[in-house]
Design a protein around this ligand. Structure first.
Ligand code: ADE
Length: 257
C-alpha cells in the first residue's frame, strides 16, 4: 500500500516512523510519504489560508495549494493495480465516523491520500474537484473537535496499517480483538494468579478450553452491554447462539428480531 499525507505540519506525523508502522515502512510493506502543503504555494509568504466568504470566525484553507498538492500525490507511482482510483480521506468532524469496518475496507486499497485540514477547514470546491480523480471520503474520528486532521491521520494510519498483510507478527491476534466480531474484547489476565488479594477468575486456570471460551464470550457480552449498548442493539442475531441469548436475557436484554 502507498499512503501520502498532505499537511502544514509534517513534524506532527513523525510518530509514523516508530513502532509497528515504522517497521512496516522499513520492511517495504507500506510506502508512506508526508508532504508540506506550503511547498505547493507560489507567493512569498507561502499562504495557505484566507478569510471565509459570507463572514464568520476563523480562516479557510485556499483551494489552489491543495489542488497542486493533490495533483502531485495522485501522480505518485503505486504498487498494485495502477488503474485503481486513489482514495482521498479528508479528516473532519463532519465526516462519516471511522470504525474497524472502515479500517478493514481501507486496508484493501492500493493508494490512500490524507488531506489534513486546519483552521475552519478546506474550501469546499477542493472536495468537489477532487472527486474527478479520487474517491473522496470525509472521515471523523468521533463526535468531538480536534484542531486539525493530523491526530486523526495518526490514528487511522495505525488502525489501517496494522491490518496489512505481514505487519502484525501473529495475525491471530486480530481475530479476537475488540470490534472484530461486533463486541468489545474480553478482559485479560497474566501471572501471578493472585495479586494484592485479587484472583484471576478460576475458569481461566481450569484448562477446560470450552469453558474458557464460554467464560470469555460471556464477559464480552457483559462488557459490551454495560459500556456500549449501541453495539448490542446493532448485533446481527445470526451471530448469537443460545448461550449468548441466555446471557443477554440474564442481563435484562431481550435481543429482538
Ligand atoms: N478534525 C477536527 N476534528 C476532527 C475529528 N473529530 N475527526 C477527524 N478530523 C478532525
Amino acid at each position: 500500500m502507498r499512503i501520502d499525507v498532505v499537511t502544514i505540519f509534517p513534524e506532527y506525523l513523525a510518530p509514523l516512523e516508530l513502532s509497528l508502522i515504522g517497521k512496516a515502512r522499513q520492511d517495504g510493506l507500506l510506502s508512506l510519504a508526508v508532504h508540506d502543503l506550503r511547498e505547493f504555494t507560489t507567493d512569498r509568504h507561502r499562504t495557505v489560508d484566507d478569510t471565509p466568504y459570507g463572514g464568520g470566525a476563523g480562516m479557510v484553507m485556499k483551494p489552489e495549494p491543495w489542488a497542486q498538492a493533490l495533483e502531485s500525490v495522485a501522480a505518485q507511482p503505486v504498487h498494485g493495480n495502477s488503474e485503481s482510483v486513489p482514495t482521498l480521506i479528508v479528516p473532519s468532524p463532519a465526516g462519516e465516523v471511522f470504525n474497524q469496518e472502515l479500517a478493514y475496507e481501507l486496508a484493501t486499497e492500493d493508494h490512500l491520500v490524507f488531506a489534513c485540514g486546519r483552521y475552519e477547514g478546506i474550501d469546499e470546491r477542493v472536495l468537489q474537484w477532487s472527486a474527478e480523480r479520487f474517491r473522496v471520503r470525509p472521515v471523523s474520528l468521533g463526535d468531538y473537535v480536534l484542531n486539525g486532521g493530523e491526530v486523526a491521520v495518526l490514528a487511522m494510519v495505525e488502525a489501517v496499517g496494522r491490518l496489512l498483510p505481514g505487519v502484525i507478527g501473529n495475525p491471530e491476534s486480530l481475530v479476537e480483538e475488540s470490534h472484530s466480531d461486533g463486541l468489545l474484547e474480553y478482559p485479560v489476565y497474566t501471572k501471578p494468579s493472585s495479586w494484592r488479594d485479587r484472583n484471576v477468575p478460576e475458569t481461566l486456570l481450569s484448562g477446560n478450553h470450552a469453558k474458557i471460551a464460554r467464560f470469555r464470550r460471556d464477559e464480552q457480552l457483559r462488557r459490551t452491554t454495560e459500556r456500549r449498548p449501541d453495539l448490542i442493539r446493532g448485533l446481527n442475531m445470526a451471530s448469537l447462539n443460545t448461550a449468548d441469548i441466555a446471557l443477554l436475557n440474564s442481563l435484562g436484554i431481550a435481543p429482538n428480531q
